[in-house]
Design a protein around this ligand. Structure first.
Ligand code: MUC
Ligand code: MG
Length: 393
């Protein structure tokens, strides 16, 4: 007798507004809260998969906002998924490819939820579906972005004392180049050899500003410069790389495997900040890593400051990479005031420890999620929806 497929029965997207522990200042936005975009996919075997499509600063960072992600999944993607075989993830993602252009973050969340569910079904960690984990923990950077030098130094000291982080990424680009470099150099002088100090300019500099800034940052002992100029200026990145000794990393320039190929082909950068959302999912991010490996580009495990779901999904994939020379920045949940897991992720010895349970290996605190959801006021209405996954109280 043929085995009947396991069918997808429901897809639900929740927006959770969670305050940050302090204002987080980027050149593109100041974050006082993060909107977690959580995606749940239920199948008729009863298994619930989790995914996340969180972005930064509404539309200030990327072309998908939390609200557009929810609308686009609810309106266009969920109907294409419901009724499909939940165990054939490649076929489900293929069914979205032509009718849904772009929407990398939304697709990432859907693919993650399908992988989480399938790994749970098989009783294995998600990393097993990507060939198995090579490491059980990943080094994690912390971003110093309070906007104040003294506060950043105090924060770095605390992180070193707690043995939580010894890689520090400083957000710059809001002030004049020399002022920004003075701020970075002051922090590096205090940290010294106890930690690695890097900067992320989030595209704020012109090419001439970047030429000056990178030169000065190298003299200040800074280890890495991330995305100093506009994402589309690959030639500019190559010129900066050729004329500076400080390693250069692409972040916003890297929207999946095609960009990875172009950047690698033109020797534009030394390092890729690899992000599952920006790559359109775990499979896309795995492909970016393969291109990097073939082209001898080094890797850094990036974040869009996701909560626990996106963070641990990234960690599950990154743990399978043969090399991650620059570590990761998977600290998103630590920037938030609220915990959405029954057991929080474990950060110790400067690293994030990978869970060993099936799928993503996390258990959600449904009460907390219910408390934080943006549409709480309209939940009575939602309760009428028999497909609702989290609207059951
Ligand atoms: C980015 O551009 O890298 C990652 C860490 C952080 O503080 O901001 C993000 C986004
Ligand atoms: Mg960045």
């Amino acid at each position: 007798m043929p085995i009947s497929p396991i069918k997808i029965t429901a897809v639900e997207v929740l927006l959770l507004d969670v305050p940050t522990i302090r204002p987080h200042l980027l050149s593109v936005a100041t974050m006082r809260q993060q909107t977690l975009v959580l995606v749940f996919i239920r199948s008729d075997d009863g298994i619930l998969g989790y995914g996340e499509a969180t972005t930064i600063g509404g539309l200030a960072y990327g072309e998908e906002s939390p609200e557009s992600i929810k609308t686009n999944i609810d309106t266009y993607m969920a109907p294409l998924l419901i009724g499909g075989d939940a165990t054939n993830i490649a076929a489900r993602m293929q069914s979205l490819r032509k009718p849904v252009q772009g929407n990398r973050f939304a697709k990432c969340a859907i693919e993650t939820a399908l992988f989480d569910a399938h790994a749970k079904r098989l009783g294995v960690p998600l990393s097993t579906l990507f060939g198995g984990r090579i490491v059980d923990s990943l080094p994690v950077a912390w971003t110093l972005a309070s906007g104040n030098t003294e506060r950043d130094i105090a924060e770095a000291e605390t992180m070193l004392d707690l043995k939580r982080h010894r890689i520090f990424k400083l957000k710059i680009g809001l002030r004049e180049v020399r002022e920004d470099v003075a701020h970075v150099a002051a922090i590096k002088r205090v940290i010294g050899e106890r930690g690695s100090v890097r900067v992320d300019v989030n595209q704020a500099w012109t090419e001439t500003e970047a030429m000056l800034g990178m030169h000065m940052l190298h003299d200040a002992g800074i280890d890495l410069v991330e995305q100093p100029i506009a994402a589309g200026n690959h030639e500019g990145l190559r010129r900066l790389r050729n004329q500076n000794r400080i390693p250069l990393m692409a972040d916003e320039s890297l929207h999946g495997p095609s960009d990875a190929y172009q950047l690698a082909k033109h020797h534009a950068v030394d390092v890729f900040a690899i992000k599952i959302t920006q790559s359109g999912g775990l499979t896309g991010a795995r492909d970016v890593a393969s291109i990097a490996e073939a082209a001898h580009v080094e890797l850094y495990g990036g974040t869009m400051l996701e909560g626990a779901i996106g963070t641990i999904a990234s960690a599950q994939l990154f743990s399978t990479f043969p090399a991650l020379a620059w570590g990761t920045e998977l600290f998103g949940p630590l920037l938030l005031t609220e915990e959405i897991l029954r057991t929080p992720l474990t950060y110790k010895d400067f690293s994030l420890q990978l869970p060993t349970g099936p799928g993503l290996g996390i258990e959600l605190d449904e009460d907390r999620i219910h408390f934080l959801r943006r549409d709480k006021a309209s939940i009575k209405e939602k309760n009428k929806d028999k497909n609702a996954l989290f609207a059951t109280r």
